[in-house]
Design a binder for this molecule. Structure first.
Ligand SMILES: [Zn+2]
Length: 223
């Protein structure tokens, strides 16, 4: 049985145990749906042309606005139902429309700090990556680890954000080498791109062929 089929069975079983709900409004939805129809219609799709310094491409699904904000904040705080599946669907759609569609060998989630792993017990971006690998049909691997506890980026300016994440990532010694592979680094939200950029820098230095980047939501950043 192929992995995509297994994943559909997995989603169906999960739905039976924990019924799928819309990450925005909490309404019950089909086991393979991402949002309810009403909330989906309210989502502002991302149509910008932002770039991530040092990366070979960037894609995002939607604009980080008041409508989507609540679902992302809830997801960051708790293991919230099936929201990570919905976010993976969004990233998969954004990637499928990007110039690098079909050109990815490995998905790499942005790692969490040890502190937030301890508090939450999971890395939310890794949960998205685990769903995304079935949607894109490529493996995911935790190639990066976080080596310093960075400050919350929210109130920092562009330069401060870059300084804050500088040197924040290192290679996971337990992962295999990836010479010339085409990597897709993912995060839930992208603001200035400094986190994705720092990840791209580390991966390129380690010999990655291409480093593409994607986020579920892109904030409209005003410096
Ligand atoms: Zn909804």
């Amino acid at each position: 049985m192929d992995r995509a089929k297994l994943h559909r069975i997995y989603r169906y079983t999960i739905d039976w145990l924990y019924p799928n709900v819309c990450p925005c409004c909490g309404k019950y939805i089909d086991h393979d749906a991402d949002f309810c129809t009403e909330c989906k219609n309210e989502i502002t799709l991302y149509s910008g042309n932002d770039t991530v310094s040092g990366a070979d491409g960037f894609a995002a699904y939607c604009v980080y606005d008041e409508h989507i904000k609540g679902s992302i904040l809830a997801f960051k705080k708790e293991r919230c139902g099936n929201s990570y599946y919905a976010f993976a669907c969004g990233i998969a759609e954004a990637v499928s429309k990007s110039p690098f569609a079909g050109n990815i060998d490995i998905i790499v989630p942005i790692p969490s700090s040890k502190k937030s792993m301890k508090e939450r017990g999971y890395n939310q971006t890794e949960l998205i990556a685990k769903e995304l690998r079935f949607l894109l049909g490529v493996p995911s691997c935790n190639i990066l680890v976080k080596t310093k506890d960075t400050k919350v980026q929210k109130r920092l300016g562009m330069r401060e954000r870059a300084e804050n994440v500088s040197g924040a990532f290192a290679l996971n010694v337990r992962t295999p080498e990836f010479p010339d592979k085409r990597l897709l680094v993912i995060d839930d939200v992208c603001t200035t791109g400094s986190t994705l950029s720092e990840a791209a820098r580390v991966l390129k230095e380690a010999g990655a062929g291409k480093v593409y980047t994607a986020a579920f939501a892109k904030t409209e950043y005003k410096n």
